[in-house]
Design a protein around this ligand. Structure first.
Ligand code: ACO
Length: 362
């Protein structure tokens, strides 16, 4: 038995492959760097869903259907009452998604792809006592998310950066939330249930809940000069450095570089706080040096969450919403895996080893 199912193979998939030794991510036969360079969010969504639905899905068609789905699900924003809005954004978003009908058909897929993109900006606005902004069907999903968040047309660099983020995080092997999605799919509960389970797994700080704490860490460190000492003291207290380490990668997470690349046009056009960028670089360098010295037997490098934090902050998302933005991008991976599992048709039902007491002999 392996704690945490480490190295256990629990599914066969055509969707994505994570090579932790080489630091390589392949999605449906295309390497991540190629995908980020050449594909939009809608393009990668079409790629992931290809062959898994009752009809074939092309990028342009999916963009149009998704835009209509955003308008459809916007109606559900009305259900956001005071008690729902008192929840953290990711929990409020989950509560709204839970109101969508369950199903296995393509309309359910479209609703689920659109729902997080519409609900998160609406929840954030309502929590600031602002009116939610209705979707604009003429826009691609990334640009519309930013417009629904701020009420302004995003710049070209901002739309491109969010689009690159959504592509980068669209799928990533059998991570905890994707496994949760497949387990639910194997019971034939429906795709909404799969997404709800996956979202619940994602929000933990050891999975998709880390980027907010990355910014907390940068704030606490404050200056580049303070980085090495602060990080050393955090490790002395037994804390983990947020944005570093990964269960599979033994080298740099390729998604970190994809996001660093996506940040460049924003930086070059002055749309990222320069001091924040410089502090992050200093903290990354100090953390890599100190982790190498303190954990010589465990290669620890930067993971996707470190640059996620910088990118989403630069795009104007509050840190409490970062996990929700992650969910917007990852939902397509959850859905593709759920469909793949459903088509496989076999219930996931592993066994456990009982280590408790035995009944007293009669
Ligand atoms: N900081 C300091 N030490 C670390 C870190 C870290 N970020 N990550 C792992 N280690 C150390 C552990 O303390 C342990 O050391 P030890 O052997 O001396 O006790 C060793 O590395 C191995 O740790 P494990 O717990 O076996 O590693 P695991 O595979 O379970 O951890 C995880 C992966 C959970 C991501 C971990 O690296 C971590 O907690 N990172 C910080 C949180 C974070 O960034 N999460 C986002 C992950 S990316 C994503 O899911 C989208």
């Amino acid at each position: 038995m392996k704690n945490g199912l480490e190295d256990v193979i629990a599914a066969e998939t055509q969707l994505s492959d994570v090579d932790g030794e080489a630091g390589r991510l392949i999605i449906r036969g295309v390497s991540l760097d190629q995908l980020v360079a050449n594909s939009s969010y809608e393009g990668v969504a079409a790629l992931l869903l290809d062959g898994l639905m009752e009809r074939s899905v092309g990028e342009a068609q999916l963009r149009a259907w998704l835009a209509k789905a955003r308008i459809r699900v916007f109606d559900h924003v009305r259900a956001a009452d005071a008690s729902l809005l008192a929840l953290p954004p990711v929990d409020a978003m989950r509560a709204l998604i839970a109101r969508l009908p369950d199903g296995e058909d393509f309309d359910t897929v479209l609703n689920l792809l659109a729902a997080p993109a519409v609900f998160l900006p609406a929840v954030l606005r309502l929590q600031r006592s602002q009116k939610p902004i209705a979707p604009d069907a003429s826009l691609p999903q990334a640009a519309d998310i930013l417009r629904m968040l701020t009420g302004k047309s995003p710049t070209r660099e901002q739309s491109a950066a969010l689009d690159a983020y959504l592509v980068t995080i669209s799928d990533h092997g059998l991570n905890a939330s994707t496994f949760a999605s497949r387990v639910i799919a194997s019971t034939q509960a429906g795709l909404t249930s799969s997404v709800l389970a996956a979202l619940s797994a994602l929000k933990g700080p050891l999975h998709g809940g880390a980027p907010g704490p990355v910014l907390d860490m940068l704030d606490a460190i404050g200056t580049a000069e303070n980085a090495y000492t602060w990080l050393g003291e955090a490790l002395d207290r037994g804390e983990r450095l947020m944005g570093f380490g990964h269960r599979i990668y033994r080298v740099r997470d390729p998604r970190a570089d994809a996001l660093k690349g996506a940040l460049k046009p924003l930086m070059a056009s002055g749309q990222v706080n320069r001091a924040r960028g410089e502090l992050a670089e200093a903290v990354e360098a100090a953390a890599l040096a100190i982790l190498k010295a303190r954990k010589p037997n465990r290669p620890l490098d930067v993971n996707v969450e470190f640059y996620t934090a910088l990118l989403l902050e630069a795009l104007g998302f509050p840190r409490k919403a970062f996990t929700g933005v992650f969910a917007i991008g990852r939902t397509v991976g959850w859905l593709a895996h759920a469909r793949e599992q459903a088509l496989d048709g076999r219930l996931i039902r592993p066994r456990s080893v009982y280590t408790g007491p035995l009944p007293a002999a009669a």
